[in-house]
Design a protein around this ligand. Sequence first.
Ligand SMILES: Nc1ncnc2c1ncn2[C@@H]1O[C@H](COP(=O)(O)OP(=O)(O)OP(=O)(O)O)[C@@H](O)[C@H]1O
Ligand code: SF4
Ligand SMILES: [Mg+2]
Length: 386
Amino acid sequence: MTAEATGTGSSTPSASDGQGEVLVSIEDIKVHFPIKRGIVFDKTIGYVYAVDGVDLEVRRGETYGLVGESGCGKTTLGRGLLKLVEPTGGKVTFDGIDVSTLKGEDLRKMRRRMQMVFQDPLSSLDPRQSVESILVEGMRAHGLDKGKESTRNRLLELLDAVGLPANSLYKYPHEFSGGQRQRIGIARALAVEPDLIVADEPVSALDVSVQAQVINLLEDLQQEFGLTYLVIAHDLAVVRHISDRIGVMYLGSLVEETDADTLYAEPMHPYTKALLSAIPVPDPTVEDTREQILLAGDLPSPANPPSGCRFHTRCPWRQETKCDTERPALREVAGGGHRVACHFAEDIHAGRITPHAVEATVVDPTTGDSGVDVPHAGSVTEVLGG
Ligand SMILES: Nc1ncnc2c1ncn2[C@@H]1O[C@H](COP(=O)(O)OP(=O)(O)OP(=O)(O)O)[C@@H](O)[C@H]1O
Ligand code: SF4
Ligand SMILES: [Mg+2]
């Protein structure tokens, strides 16, 4: 099987640095969910700003890792990209085709080229369907089930590709282990010969020992079939080895993006610094001396995001000017397309601005007003050794 390399549209070269052809381009995508209340009248009383203006590009053949805390909008961004949820605004271009305007048959055809692998393989596989029926379903929907013999060969090929025995075809999802079920989910995505796979937390429901096997399988399949991946995870350690580039999300926005090595070696956004400082380092000498940043408070509600920089309520580098009034754009601040959404990224990086303690604040869930300080709360920020 080869991934379909030619689209009906023309492919766009990378706008930023010419480091490869862009397969997916997302411009200012927004997904706002209405909050409704009322028994007689279904009144919209607000919105959950799950994804609120994200720009990113995924290049053909690369793995783009998307990370961020639970609830920051990763899954919604993936679903918005695949049009599994209708974006409120913005544009998605796939292989030169504007997906935002596609409808009906054109959208259905496009969907074949963009598949999703879900976090929980048990709930995403119908327990009443055999593996054969699960795999054939997508093929049939896209006209790839062309005859008994060829379909059977294709199914055996798919099982072989994901490392499952041939007799799996006649079994049901509950007869498999978690890792094997995720292999079925991957085979289902592969069955329709996609170009792009959005893998939403593909290993977080699995035992640590099985996680590496599934990650390795994804890497092998990428090589074999020329796939492009958007891998979503809340854990930076999971995407580190598999990703070429990584985007870090916070409260519906992308706050930093660069290649995987640079992100780990030189994180520039305060939020990324905090995320990385939470990952244990195997070397005890380094572990004892390195900077650890514990963030104050919980992620604010996406129904009432803070003004200005969305991270200002928790940022140890927050400044009096700009931070709580102006929303920072994601801009290139270092070579190689290293983009950061922070007004003071250069000053922080050069050490001209140093971190300070931040007290956790309670954000009123109805008004979004912040400012009630909670001194000595359990999650008050400590900047250790910083
Ligand atoms: N269908 C929906 N209707 C209303 N709100 C929603 C809907 N789907 C998601 N949300 C909200 O949008 C926000 C982002 O959710 P999303 O599932 O995208 O986050 P996530 O980063 O994938 O989190 P996790 O790591 O827990 O999977 C959350 O506040 C969530 O409650
Ligand atoms: S803009 Fe201000 S609050 Fe936001 S990350 Fe930068 S320093 Fe922190
Ligand atoms: Mg999610």
